[in-house]
Design a protein. Structure first.
Length: 201
């Protein structure tokens, strides 16, 4: 909660984007799940330039449960990655660790089911660490560098502070604070709300 903090001092306003469960696939795994040479079909641009929601969905199977209709995000990546909220990971019976995107070593796997059948992945299931994307110009304006950790307050119906949020700064980024559904629900926040930077390490 925000008692005793500098909530009223708007050091920087950042738009909020809620990241639902999703899957990034390598081209090798796209070929296995959808057929050799298959290309994902884009249906919607995402907030980050060059990234999109694909028309294709998969079923994810864990030790204790199944989730259907999990959206694939494109384009293809070097490694397949399944991003879940903690609630969803528990439903599946997957002990998904809190990790930065792409840091998959030692993470648990699952079974992915597509039109061409099942695929077992040995690693790749994570709960993504909370992060903010900054374009280089935004980072310079707010005095934030790539890899910095910052604290932000989300002013939804409930005010919640997120501490130690990782900053990702670069020319290909667009200003956006990514929360998963658990985090957004905790703040009773929605897409289009704003977070405010209240501290920088």
């Amino acid at each position: 909660m925000c008692d005793g903090c500098a909530c009223g001092q708007k050091e920087g306003q950042v738009p909020l984007g809620i990241s639902n469960r999703h899957i990034h696939l390598s081209q090798e795994h796209i070929d296995v799940l959808f057929g050799e040479g298959y290309q994902l079909q884009e249906i919607k641009d995402l907030s980050q330039p060059g990234q999109y929601a694909a028309n294709e969905v998969l079923t994810v199977v864990g030790n204790k449960g199944v989730l259907q209709g999990i959206r694939i995000l494109g384009p293809a990546r070097k490694q397949t990655q399944v991003e879940l909220s903690q609630t969803e990971a528990r439903q599946l019976g997957i002990k998904a660790p809190l990790r930065e995107s792409g840091n998959l070593a030692g993470t648990p796997g699952c079974v992915l089911i597509g039109p061409k059948g099942p695929l077992v992945i040995n690693e790749g299931c994570i709960v993504a660490k909370t992060h903010v994307h900054f374009h280089t110009e935004d980072g310079q304006r707010m005095n934030i560098k790539d890899g910095d950790k910052i604290d932000l307050i989300v002013k939804g119906e409930k005010e919640v502070i997120f501490c130690g949020v990782i900053a990702r700064v670069g020319d290909t980024h667009k200003l956006d604070f990514h929360l998963d559904t658990d985090e957004a629900n905790a703040a009773m926040a929605k897409n289009g709300d704003f977070a405010y930077i209240i501290n920088r390490d």
